[in-house]
Write a protein that binds this ligand. Structure first.
Ligand SMILES: [Fe+2]
Ligand SMILES: [Fe+2]
Length: 468
């Protein structure tokens, strides 16, 4: 692996001249996109970043100061496994696909494009945040997430260029043309068109939306299309840091809120310049519900087809399940019928989006438990929670109906009446934004958030993570 290559890689790019030329042609377009849509105002600053240099569990990353446009966005796949097999579905046990099987070409391309589209989208959503960072430590973490999402785009573009020929190249170009939130050329998935313009949004996004990424990538890491599986396995290594940023970021906000509540005679956190728990809860409700949509419909023939074809498995398919065909079982879920909720039994394969969503929800609950511990440790009885998975959905069985936070069906009028209790209001967003004054002195931190428990990679919190 040579970091000085234009495109560092462990896929022997130098030996595939055609692919190398195609990617080198895409590279300047990518850099144009990064300069136009990447973090605004910090492109010429030195940032202490980790760069992936290998895929081994030891020392896969190198830390140093880098200007973001000079970041080495490379292509890294986990090494191939000899005798890899399709791990589930109708072709269970057959040799893994090393090339795209003709009959699955379209769905596979769709899966890769949809995943690929989320990566630049999140960079676009977060591009203004640097200007209001609560500390240099947080600023560096934001940029770390941003450059790695850029690398994840590279990972998907490698697959499109390497395995899909002409239409793959066209799709790779289109990934640089769509824009988050743009009404004429939006990003594919709705969560990635929502503004993420303050740091509470950023932490909720990395907690809940990047965590969807973890589950999608985990399901694709099981794929019978081996290049995709190997790509996703390595992406998951980086993804862990993004969720860490979100989880610990929210934890630090909650901890600080609790401290400030304790400092005020009336437990009025606003009087002390912090973020009230009810606003934090509404941000959780917003990003959790949008992120749930990313798993797709509760009852889905696509999910059945992807599984049957061996393209997209379940979370930890090999570790958690013994029946990898899943041709028999059923799954019961609640659906709206004649104006009320009633159970419906569907073939298991048609419910695999819901199965994956269930794993995701369990993972999110662990975050909530950590934050609630921070509240309890501070001597507060308030608790944060996840809303019902039916609440505020825009896709699937529950879209088009209204539910309260407990998942009870309610009327549209009641939902609208209570919307401001449950979802961030304009006033909430303005208040949060009013707190977002940049703090860029090494070792200093904004008033509304607690400092992290530790710095990055053995460096202290006071380290100059970004040279401004
Ligand atoms: Fe990503
Ligand atoms: Fe991510």
């Amino acid at each position: 692996m040579n970091l000085n290559d234009r495109i560092p890689n462990n896929v022997n790019l130098a030996e595939d001249k055609k692919l190398q030329r195609a990617l080198e042609k895409w590279l300047p377009n990518y850099l144009d996109w990064w300069r136009e849509m990447g973090p605004e105002g910090f492109q010429d600053k030195d940032v202490w970043l980790r760069t992936a240099v290998d895929v081994g569990s030891e020392g896969w990353a190198h830390f140093d100061y880098v200007k973001m446009p000079d970041y080495r966005w490379g292509i890294f796949l986990e090494p191939p496994q000899p005798d890899a097999k399709v791990g589930f579905g109708d072709n269970y046990g057959a040799p893994a696909y090393q090339e795209v099987p003709g009959e699955f070409r379209n769905p596979l391309r769709r899966i890769i494009v949809t995943q690929g589209d989320t990566e630049p989208a999140s960079v676009e959503q977060q591009r203004q945040l640097g200007k209001t960072c609560p500390s240099l430590y947080d600023l560096r973490n934001l940029f770390q997430v941003n450059v790695e999402e850029g690398r994840h785009l590279w990972a998907m573009v490698y697959l499109l260029h390497g395995y899909f020929g002409r239409d793959g190249r066209d799709e790779a170009d289109a990934l640089l043309e769509r824009r988050s939130g743009n009404p004429d050329k939006p990003r594919i998935l709705e969560a990635f068109n929502q503004p993420c313009d303050d740091w509470l949004n950023f932490f909720a996004f990395t907690m809940f939306t990047d965590r969807d990424g973890k589950y999608q990538l985990s399901a694709l890491a099981e794929s019978g299309f081996e290049p995709l599986a190997r790509t996703c396995k390595f992406m998951l290594t980086e993804e862990a840091h993004h969720m860490f940023v979100g989880d610990t970021g929210l934890n630090r906000v909650v901890k600080r809120t609790a401290q400030l509540m304790k400092q005020d005679a009336n437990e009025d956190v606003r009087a002390k310049g912090g973020i009230p728990l009810d606003i934090i809860q509404r941000y959780i409700n917003f990003w959790f519900s949008y992120s749930l949509d990313l798993f797709g419909g509760e009852i889905s023939s696509n999910s059945a087809d992807f599984f049957a074809a061996g393209l997209k498995g379940r979370f930890k398919e090999q570790d958690l399940y013994s029946d990898h065909v899943a041709g028999e079982g059923t799954f019961t879920l609640m659906v709206v019928e004649d104006g009320k909720l009633s159970p419906r039994e569907v073939p298991l394969r048609n419910a695999l989006n819901e199965v994956l969503r269930g794993e995701y929800v369990k993972d999110c609950e662990k975050g909530l438990a950590r934050w609630n511990k921070a509240l309890a440790d501070a001597g507060l009885s308030e608790q944060l929670y996840l809303p019902s998975t039916r609440f505020h959905r825009h896709l699937g069985e529950y879209a088009g109906h209204n539910f309260d936070l407990h998942g009870s069906l309610i009327s549209n009028e009641e939902f609208e009446q209570r919307r401001s209790e449950w979802l961030p209001t304009i006033e909430d967003r303005e208040y949060v934004r009013s707190l977002m004054q940049p703090v860029t002195e090494p070792g200093k931190i904004a008033n509304w958030i607690a400092p992290p428990a530790a710095g990055v990679k053995g460096k202290p919190f006071e380290f100059e993570y970004v040279r401004l």
